[in-house]
Design a protein around this ligand. Structure first.
Ligand code: HEM
Length: 458
């Protein structure tokens, strides 16, 4: 096809103030609406700048995989850099490649599998504090749990009493920061972060630096990521300074807990809306585990559970949008784009395309048969991204989400408190605006502990 000269259609007029406000108000509805009104490539004018929304699976594949080397990861990363410094998520090119090689061994399958007991063990500890009939904020509880798990797995540290506090500091920072497009614009003007968030960030820094100092002082190889980072040398034999170790550590902790806890919170939400699917899940867990603690070896048999999590991450992708910026000019979909073009590829939009999914709004775990997975067009489903920047924590996150879900449903049935407003709040990840208050009912797939305690109930 001959390349056209005109720009793609899209909203925003000359300055794009209204688009900024609409995006700020409700980014998910805004992006879905842009796709519906303007098609697969849309130009969004925002505060005098253009960004382009590419909403077709093959375009996602183009940016993330086939032509990944022509795109940096956003360019609009002021918000993330404020918290994470210069580490995996926030660097490009050779620096990124070197860091990735350094951190990768921590995520090899065998290594990751050794974290399984920490995952189920920490979950059991959380569940031991709960009783049938209690009401809890499940979103907050899961965030704290995944934080404990990541810190213990990767940094060999049991958070014990600090867990709640550190988790709340992360929430304060995450809540105060606007996502990608808008956040970066506000950050350019020194706006967008209030005093509470700055203090929370300082608190997190203190926590991570203390962790590094303690470990430097002890000088023993703990066989974990922190030991690896401290022992690492670059080509000139230089070790990382505290700031560099801090940036990697903060990145792994931040990227490694909120996404997973969001995935699980949304999974429980969807399950509580679909009791029949919940029953099917519990029946499978009971059949496969018969009350035992789940292990990595059980996961291949938990096929329905796998479909539940895949489907939940389709409908509510914890990473809901990716930003890219072109190094060189490129042509796509009949248009020419100059170097510097800002592209948005949204999991939220592509995971809900009717032409790909047929019934995108329906929660249907059964759709995830091996044949269905194989038949999906490239770029249609990418909760973990794709290509050279694909989530480094993917094996850990997939295993964790599955083990935690199996372990929790063996002990309790969390039911969302009637009338509780569950709404997405898209920040850097897809959070829940008001958390999620649930009532803990008896488990349907019973574990021995639950059997014993239910036996005593009237
Ligand atoms: C359900 C859970 C998770 C989801 C949905 C998720 C999603 C993602 C996505 C979409 C990216 C790609 C970003 C891009 O292309 O710009 C990414 C990157 C990354 N994730 Fe995850 N993630 C999850 C869990 C984890 C965990 C458990 C860890 C660490 C323990 C982790 C660490 C990272 C890091 C370090 C990167 C940057 C990789 C790079 O740029 O090379 N994530 N994640």
């Amino acid at each position: 096809m001959a390349t056209q000269r005109s720009l793609p259609p899209g909203p925003g007029g000359r300055w794009g103030v209204n688009t900024l406000l609409a995006f700020q108000r409700d980014p998910l509805t805004f992006l879905t609406g842009v796709r519906r009104s303007y098609g697969e490539i849309a130009r969004i004018r925002m505060l005098g700048r253009d960004v382009f929304l590419f909403s077709r699976p093959e375009y996602a594949h183009y940016f993330l995989v086939d032509h990944a080397q022509n795109f940096t990861s956003g360019g609009d990363r002021d918000v993330l850099k404020r918290l994470l410094g210069e580490a995996l998520l926030t660097t490009d090119g050779e620096v990124h490649r070197r860091q990735r090689r350094l951190v990768q061994p921590a995520f090899h399958r065998k290594r990751v599998e050794s974290y399984a007991e920490t995952m189920t063990g920490q979950t059991q500890q959380m569940l031991d504090q709960w009783s049938v009939g209690d009401e809890v904020d499940l979103a907050a509880a899961l965030q704290e749990l995944t934080l404990r798990i990541i810190v213990q797995s990767l940094f060999d540290l049991d958070l014990q009493t600090q867990g709640t506090q550190i988790s709340q500091l992360f929430t304060t920072v995450a809540e105060s920061n606007n996502p990608g497009l808008v956040g970066s614009m506000l950050a350019r003007f020194g706006l967008g972060e209030d005093q509470r968030a700055r203090l929370a960030r300082a608190g997190l820094d203190q926590f991570v630096y203390d962790l590094i100092n303690t470990r430097r002082a002890d000088d023993r190889d703990h066989g974990d990521v922190l030991s690896m980072l401290l022992a690492a040398r670059d080509e000139d034999g230089a070790e990382m300074n505290d700031q560099q170790v801090r940036d990697q550590t903060m990145t792994l902790i931040a990227a490694g807990h909120e996404t997973t806890s969001n995935a699980l919170s949304w999974t429980f939400y969807l399950l509580s809306q679909h009791p029949d699917k919940y029953d099917a899940l519990c029946a499978e867990v009971e059949r496969v585990l018969g009350g035992r603690t789940a292990t990595v070896a059980d996961l291949p048999q938990l096929r329905y559970l796998d479909g539940v999590i895949s489907e939940a991450m389709r409908i509510y992708p914890p990473a809901w949008t990716l930003n890219r910026r072109a190094l060189d000019a490129f042509e796509l979909g009949g248009y020419s784009f100059p170097a510097g073009t800002r592209a948005v590829i949204s999991q939220w939009v592509i995971h809900h395309l009717p032409e790909v999914w047929g019934d995108p709004e329906v929660f249907r775990p059964e759709r995830w048969t091996p044949e269905f997975r194989q038949g999906l067009p490239k770029g249609a489903y990418f909760p973990f991204g794709a290509g050279p920047r694909i989530c480094i924590g993917l094996p850990l996150a997939e295993m964790e989400a599955r083990l935690l879900l199996a372990t929790i449903v063996q002990r309790f049935t969390p039911r969302v408190v009637p009338g509780w407003p569950v709404e997405p709040r898209p920040r850097v990840t897809l959070r829940m605006r008001h958390g999620m208050r649930v009532r803990l009912d008896r488990a349907e797939a019973l574990a021995p502990v639950a059997r014993a305690s239910t036996a005593r109930l009237p």
